[in-house]
Design a protein around this ligand. Structure first.
Ligand code: MGD
Ligand code: MGD
Ligand code: MO
Length: 671
């Protein structure tokens, strides 16, 4: 959600894209891939006309015929109506994610679900585990203002890779280092480009952050770095925590994490000595079966030293609670029937293949209406997702900008606008601004916005809801008015609103978001999600990860690549050229053990399938950890199975969440 300055060359063309200089978080900086957005907007392969599949989905090459919008809409409405009468509207599953982050274009599908009484979606693919872990202690999703990183003397990037995923963080860190000689610590299972810049890189085993956090807290209590007055005033259960941590010191954590006690002691000492330490909590370390527990454990640190009390101190995971938006109309919340089934989006593979638990006694899924996401590639157990999408009795509609792997398996493909071609409003999570993006250019061909499509379907299906009657701009205006913000025109003209609250509020000095306003060291997991069985009462190493075994002795982290945005930009020539090809980064000792040759083919596999790609020797991991940066489309892997073939669709506890970086695998040379 960087603020952008976009050069407009004509009604149809953009030129260069820059980070907005007058936006104090973006600060003129954006990542390379977004600065090349023109390549994506004006790409020759953009979908520009509605398409109908004319050959069986099981044929290797899809064939589509071009049709008018009227014809495409008729086909969809006819099929949906037939399914509604034979299997009920719950057999239709509108499925979306965050290809656009605009609230109107992204979340309108929720209104469609509610108004049409279709199966609903539990959104778990990205933030569910991290949200659960952060809210466990804080009771809200809000934290230190990211611009205050510049006032910090120790910045800890924990389980994220901002050089790849959020380059603005690096800009603010660079300022702190230049101006105050601030230290940078990175906690990550591989030497990322972020870790390369660190004063200390804690290269731990994936899924062991709970142990590291416990050992650091042990030292903070042991060496008198705990702020007793702060603990007394602002936290709950600190005595129980201190007692619990006595047996969880650096030796214990070294065995679990694979780090040395020296490294752990060093980090704990720096953290203890620095009043204004700033932890930037990433998503990456929450993408494990124990991810919520690990997120909670790491988020306890500033509550022990009282770092929250100091400008530049505290922690930031996300800021979504500061916008207080009333999304009733956009999301159709007023017509949401709680008795209608909700399916976990990360379990789309098992769900499409008839898994009883996911279907909850309801009808099988007979139709999908997909916007803003590419589940054939991005979702766990992707071989199962594809098997499901190949069902001849499944009717799939994909509204897309490009012929993605998901679109290739659709019955109807509809061309979508891009964010510069429609109006929308955006909240941020890494910064604090609410921003409006107006349509700047006309879309090519017959591309239509998500909102337009939903309006057309609603009209033809006879769905009544005020949200379908309003234009995009009117929806934005209505949202702002209901939420107590100025009107859309005003917000747009002033370049958005900085919704940051006071230092005291952002840093929880007026109390945390929990009912008793205290930070909770012993969370009530049962209140956060339906599946809290076995979760530890206090921060700990929770041994539920997909541990290495004799059969699957290695652990895979399937992290995001720098030049792609999930699978967006995998279609642009420059991004592809810079990423080259999918690579398995393996420790040289592992290559020897498993007879894998550098720069030669390797097969990675487990019970879910097998993936073939080139191996590359890499010393920036512990022995036993394999890294694959992606998310490459399937065709770039030999044999056509992408990296998420290996990732399990198990739901993280307590409230779901995909476990992308928690995968035991074997490796063999492939010839
Ligand atoms: N270039 C690029 N930018 C992106 C994206 C992209 O695909 N490409 N995706 C966007 C999206 S949707 C999101 S949600 C954000 C995510 O941005 P981040 O917050 O950075 O989260 P991840 O990318 O999932 O984190 C990946 C990092 O977590 C590390 N990690 C994995 N497992 C563990 C663990 O057990 N412990 C620790 N300490 N670290 C671990 C990985 O090695 C990797 O370096 O990025 C956004 N930005
Ligand atoms: N291995 C592995 N897998 C992962 C992750 C990982 O770290 N490792 N990260 C996970 C995470 S955090 C996330 S958020 C998911 C994200 O996965 P997705 O949400 O599927 O993200 P993209 O692959 O970029 O797909 C978004 C699609 O939306 C389309 N799109 C963009 N704007 C619009 C629009 O306005 N209208 C319509 N109709 N379409 C639009 C784009 O063309 C693009 O094809 O992937 C997850 N998968
Ligand atoms: Mo994400």
């Amino acid at each position: 959600m960087c603020a952008l300055d976009v050069e407009v060359l004509s009604d149809q063309r953009i030129g260069r894209v820059y980070g907005a200089k007058d936006h104090d978080y973006t600060d003129g900086v954006i990542c390379a891939k977004v600065s090349r957005y023109k390549e994506r907007v004006h790409h020759a392969d953009r979908l520009t006309q509605p398409l109908l599949r004319v050959n069986p989905k099981t044929d290797a090459e899809p064939h589509f015929e071009t049709v008018s919008w009227d014809k495409a809409l008729d086909v969809i409405v006819q099929r949906f109506t037939d399914l509604a009468s034979t299997h009920g509207t719950e057999s239709i599953w509108p499925y979306h994610y965050a290809g656009t982050m605009g609230l109107v274009q992204r979340d309108g599908l929720d209104r469609f679900r509610h108004a049409y009484r279709t199966t609903k979606q539990k959104c778990t693919i990205c933030t569910a585990l991290a949200d659960a872990g952060f809210e466990a202690g804080h009771g809200t999703k809000r934290g230190a203002d990211p611009r205050r990183m510049q006032q910090s003397d120790l910045i800890v990037v924990w389980g994220g890779n901002p050089v790849n995923t959020q380059v603005n963080v690096m800009n603010h860190i660079a300022k702190a280092r230049r101006q105050r000689n601030a230290r940078l610590v990175v906690v990550d299972p591989y030497r990322t480009r972020t870790a390369e810049k660190a004063d200390l890189h804690l290269c731990l085993k994936p899924g062991t952050d709970g142990a590291l956090a416990c050992a650091v807290m042990h030292v903070l209590f042991r060496d008198d770095y705990a702020d007793r007055a702060y603990l007394e005033k602002y936290t709950k259960d600190s005595d129980a925590l201190e007692e619990h941590l006595r047996s969880r010191g650096p030796d214990w954590a070294a065995r679990i994490t694979g780090l040395s006690t020296v490294e752990i002691e060093q980090f704990a000492q720096w953290y203890g000595e620095t009043a204004n330490s700033f932890i930037r909590l990433g998503y990456g370390f929450s993408r494990s079966r124990n991810g919520a527990v690990n997120m909670h454990a790491a988020s306890c640190l500033p509550a022990i030293t009282g770092a929250w009390q100091h400008p530049g101190g505290g922690a930031l995971y996300g800021q979504s609670s500061i916008y207080h938006l009333d999304k009733t109309v956009i999301e159709g919340k007023d017509v949401n029937d709680p008795n209608i089934r909700t399916i976990d989006m990360s379990r789309i593979g098992p769900a499409l293949n008839g898994c009883e638990e996911d279907l909850q006694g309801g009808p099988p899924i007979k139709a999908l209406l997909i916007q803003n996401t590419n589940p054939a590639v991005v979702a766990p157990q992707s071989a199962d997702v594809k098997k499901g999408l190949l069902r001849e009795d499944l009717f799939t509609v994909v509204h897309e900008q490009f012929m993605t792997d998901t679109a290739k398996l659709a019955d109807v493909v509809l061309p979508a606008t891009m964010f510069l071609e429609h109006d929308d409003i955006y909240t941020a999570s890494g910064h604090t601004h609410l921003q409006i993006g107006r349509k700047l250019i006309d879309a090519p061909g017959e591309c239509r916005s998500n909102h337009w499509l939903l309006q057309q379907l609603a009209k033809r299906l006879g769905l009544n809801h005020p949200g379908f009657e309003l234009s995009e701009w009117e929806l934005i205006d209505d949202l702002l008015e209901r939420s107590g913000w100025p009107d859309a025109q005003t917000v747009h003209e002033q370049g958005g609103i900085d919704c940051a609250q006071s230092f005291e509020d952002m840093n929880h000095l007026n109390g945390f978001g929990t009912p008793d306003k205290r930070f909770h060291f012993s969370p009530d997991w049962a209140a956060i999600g339906p599946n809290s069985a076995g979760m530890p009462k206090l921060p700990d190493h929770w041994e539920v990860i997909d541990a290495a075994t004799e059969e699957c002795p290695l652990r895979l982290v399937a992290a995001p690549a720098r030049q792609f945005l999930n699978t967006s930009f995998t279609e642009t020539a420059t991004s592809k050229k810079m990423e080259k090809q999918p690579l398995a980064w393996m420790h040289p000792d592992d290559m020897t053990t498993y007879q894998v040759v550098d720069n030669d083919w390797v097969a990675l596999g487990n019970q879910h399938g097998e993936v073939i790609l080139k191996a590359q020797a890499f010393t920036g991991v512990q022995v036993g950890t394999v890294i694959v940066e992606s998310i490459w489309p399937d065709e770039h892997f030999k044999g056509g199975a992408g990296i998420n073939t290996l990732v399990s669709a198990d739901a993280g506890q307590p409230n779901g969440g995909a476990v992308f970086h928690d995968t035991a695998i074997w490796a063999r040379p492939y010839s």
